[in-house]
Write a protein that binds this ligand. Sequence first.
Ligand code: SAH
Ligand code: SF4
Length: 390
Amino acid sequence: MDSRTNLLGLDPDGLVRWCEARGEKAFRARQLLRWIHQRGEAEFGAMTDLAKSLRARLEADAEVSPPSILRDHLSADGTRKWLFDVGQGNAVEAVFIPETARGTLCISTQAGCAVNCLFCSTGHQGFSRNLTAAEVVGQLWLANRLLAGSPTARIAGPAPSGVDDDDDAGASIVGRPVSNVVFMGMGEPLQNYAATLSALRLMLDDHAYGLSRRRVTVSTSGVVPMMDRLRDDCPVALAVSLHAPNDALRDRLVPLNRKYPLGELLAACHRYLERAPRDFITFEYVMLDGINDSDAHAIELIERVRGLPCKFNLIPFNPFPASGLVKSPPARVKQFAQRLIDAGIVTTVRKTRGDDIDAACGQLAGEVLDRTRVAERNARRVIEVAEVRS
Ligand code: SAH
Ligand code: SF4
């Protein structure tokens, strides 16, 4: 087995420590960060401002090793999706969504997901394992490298897809294709906190990707204690997957709600806002026909979030065969959105991009070799869907 350290996954402090442990000064770590993350260099031999002896040492002790690409798909609208091999028969996905003034990369943090939301194909596959920091940040590293010079990286696209409003759009894009990152691919980032935090620190570091906190969004199903930790450790923009206006329904759609019910989740949102780089929380709400999309649900929702600065992003449900669920008709989504808008809540409906490659954000399937008993879980899911409907 290769005992070389994969420098891709070391955050700025970690890289300083790694250098110092080898008798190298801290500024060497900054040089390495720039070579690896800003210039996308994987070969130590090409890092010309490092002493030859150090380069030789790096070659012996270290590597820059991203996950390997299993598939690379480009859709007609410029959306590009990669399937990455993360070992043991598991694969995860990342999607790049080009828009006029920015390029958003949606990344994964886990192979599968243990939260097991009723409507989610990732959850449906069960949980296999956490990605390492190198695998998380490696998705960004590879996307920047593969998109550099690509005509699709900056094509004129439709207005923002509703991932989030970006009122500083057009600001410095630091010369790389990916200007925004959203943790909305496979997995629950706050259940893989250490790797997520290392990746975030690299994304924000001026010697690495130099993205502003507002341009990096973590999406969570509501892991309350970790929301507090993120607020203290590295407050970036936050999206919370709400999906229901009351505990009875949310318990069934997002099983984690049984542990952290809505009252606690919304209190954590208030606390997060004290340090957040944006002055609102984005709530995601998957529109499920006959389940959470009635006028009564909208009215209850408005009451529930009263006093909390927030925006809503309504997501058309992306059906998958075994879900047993149906997407809300467009007219229903429109009326639901109008209710929220009339109550003064900024509301967007997420546009579906990359339809032809099934690549819309939060709708990634990947291929996870289930380490849990999927048949049993799926049987349970059929019963749960029936219960939610009744
Ligand atoms: N685990 C995190 C982030 C990944 S999921 C979370 O749940 O927030 C990103 C978004 O995609 C979430 O809002 C999730 O609810 C949504 N999503 C999951 N499955 C979906 C589906 N089949 N159709 C539409 N949106 C879906
Ligand atoms: Fe996990 Fe998010 Fe899917 Fe829920 S929606 S199962 S938290 S990836």
